[in-house]
Ligand binder design. Structure first.
Ligand code: 164
Ligand code: MG
Length: 368
C-alpha cells in the first residue's frame, strides 16, 4: 500500500439520550477518526472506539491517540504493508491497545476496498445483503425503558438488549416480559455479578432470554464456564474476548455459547473475521457488538455483519439512534428493521465534511 499521509481527528458530540449501565452514564461521546490517504488519492476511514475514560476496557481516547501517534503510525510509515491482512502482525510489537490498532487497521481495510473498487463487505467475504438491526436500551428507569422499547419495536427493530445488575434484575426483566412476551430480548450485565449470584442468574432462566452477556468478571473465562453449566440461558462473552486465543479457550472450556464480536475490542477487522471463522467452525453463534459509535465504525460493523456466521441481530442501529447528525453521508438508516449492506466501494459512506468541521476538537496530519 503506497501511503502518503495519515490524519487523526478527535471528534466530540452529545448523545440524544444518556446511555446508562451499572458502571455509569455516557452523555457525550469522543472518538478518533482516522483517515489514511494513498498516493493515488484514495482515502480509507477508521474510527477509534475507546471511551473518554477506561470504564469499559482499559483504553481511553487519550491512550489510543498516544499509541496511534507515537507507535502505530510510525511503524506503518517505517515498515509499510502490502495488504491490511498484514497490519495485525506489524502492530504486534505493541502490546494490546486493540482499539488504537483497530482504528488504523480498519482505515487500511477501507482503503484496500477502495483501491480494488469493491464494497468492504465483499472484500472480507461477506455474503449477506441486508442485516437485521438490534437496539440497546441503556435506561435503568423501568417505565422509561418500556416506553423506549415500544418506540423501537414500532420502528421495526428485531431484537432488544437491556442492561441489568443485581439491584433489580428480576423485576426489571419480568416487567419487560409481561409487556412484550415474544420479544427477542437479551440482557447485558457488564460484569455486575459474581459466582455467589448463581441463584439470581438462574432465576432469570424463566424469561427465555436469548442470552445473558458478560455476567461475571471482565477478564474471566473460568467462572463463566462454572456458571454456564448451572444456568439454562446461554452466556455471551463480550469484555473477556480480546484475542482469537481468548475465543478459542472460552469455547474449549464451555464458558459461553455465544460471542459478541467488536472490531475495536479484538484489535481489528482481520481478528474479528478470524474469530468469526473459528466460531462458525465450532457451531458458536456470533453477533456484532456496538460501541455507541459514529458512522465510520458503524459502517465497519455493517461490513463485518455481512459474514455468514452473523446469524443473530447485533447492536447495530441507525445513525439517528444516538446522533442529531452523524459524521457520514449518507447516514445509516434502518428500513423495516433492516440495514442494507452498501454496494459502493469501501465502507460505502463518505465523511460529512461539514459535520466533521463542527464536531472536530483537534486534528493532526502525519506525512509519510
Ligand atoms: O452501540 C450501541 O448501540 C450500544 C453498545 C453497547 O451496548 C455497549 C457499548 C459499550 C459498552 C457497553 O456498556 C455496551 C456493551 O457492553 O456491549
Ligand atoms: Mg456488552
Amino acid at each position: 500500500m503506497d501511503i502518503k499521509a495519515v490524519k487523526l481527528s478527535i471528534v466530540k458530540m452529545p448523545l440524544k439520550l444518556p446511555f446508562t449501565t451499572h458502571l455509569g452514564s455516557v452523555t457525550e461521546r469522543e472518538a478518533i477518526i482516522v483517515e489514511v490517504e494513498d498516493r493515488n488519492g484514495f482515502i480509507g476511514y477508521g474510527e477509534g472506539v475507546a471511551f473518554s475514560s477506561p470504564w469499559y476496557t482499559e483504553e481511553t481516547v487519550n491512550t489510543s491517540y498516544h499509541v496511534l501517534k507515537d507507535f502505530l503510525i510510525p511503524l506503518l510509515n517505517k515498515k509499510g504493508i502490502n495488504h491490511p491482512d498484514e497490519a495485525y502482525l506489524l502492530f504486534s510489537t505493541v502490546r494490546r491497545n486493540h482499539m488504537a490498532k483497530a482504528a488504523l487497521e480498519t482505515a487500511l481495510w477501507d482503503l484496500q476496498a477502495k483501491i480494488e473498487s469493491l464494497p468492504l463487505s465483499k472484500l472480507i467475504g461477506g455474503t449477506i445483503e441486508a442485516i437485521p438491526a438490534g437496539v440497546v436500551v441503556g435506561n435503568p428507569d423501568l417505565p422509561e425503558a418500556l416506553k423506549q422499547i415500544e418506540g423501537y419495536l414500532e420502528q421495526g427493530f428485531q431484537r432488544v438488549k437491556v442492561k441489568i445488575s443485581p439491584e433489580d434484575d428480576f423485576q426489571y426483566i419480568s416487567e419487560i416480559r409481561k409487556q412484550f412476551p415474544d420479544l427477542p430480548l437479551m440482557a447485558d450485565a457488564n460484569s455486575a455479578y459474581s459466582l455467589e449470584d448463581v441463584a439470581r442468574l438462574k432465576a432469570l432462566d424463566e424469561f427465555g432470554l436469548l442470552m445473558i452477556e458478560q455476567p461475571l468478571g471482565y477478564d474471566d473465562i473460568i467462572d463463566h464456564a462454572k456458571l454456564q453449566s448451572q444456568i439454562e440461558t446461554a452466556i455471551c462473552l463480550d469484555e473477556s474476548i480480546v484475542t482469537f486465543d481468548d475465543a478459542r479457550k472460552a469455547v474449549e472450556l464451555g464458558s459461553c455459547k455465544v460471542i459478541n464480536i467488536k472490531i475495536g475490542r479484538v484489535g481489528g477487522m482481520g481478528e474479528a473475521k478470524r474469530i468469526h471463522d473459528y466460531c462458525v467452525s465450532k457451531g458458536i453463534s456470533v453477533w456484532a457488538g456496538g460501541m455507541i459509535e459514529f458512522g465510520i465504525s458503524r459502517a465497519h460493523n455493517i461490513a463485518l455483519a455481512s459474514l455468514p456466521g452473523f446469524t443473530i441481530p447485533g447492536d447495530i442501529s441507525g445513525s439517528d439512534r444516538y446522533w442529531e447528525e452523524d459524521i457520514i453521508d449518507p447516514e445509516i438508516t434502518v428500513h423495516n428493521g433492516m440495514i442494507r449492506i452498501p454496494e459502493r466501494p469501501g465502507i460505502g459512506y463518505e465523511l460529512n465534511k461539514k459535520r466533521m468541521k463542527e464536531v472536530t476538537v483537534f486534528e493532526e496530519r502525519f506525512e509519510f
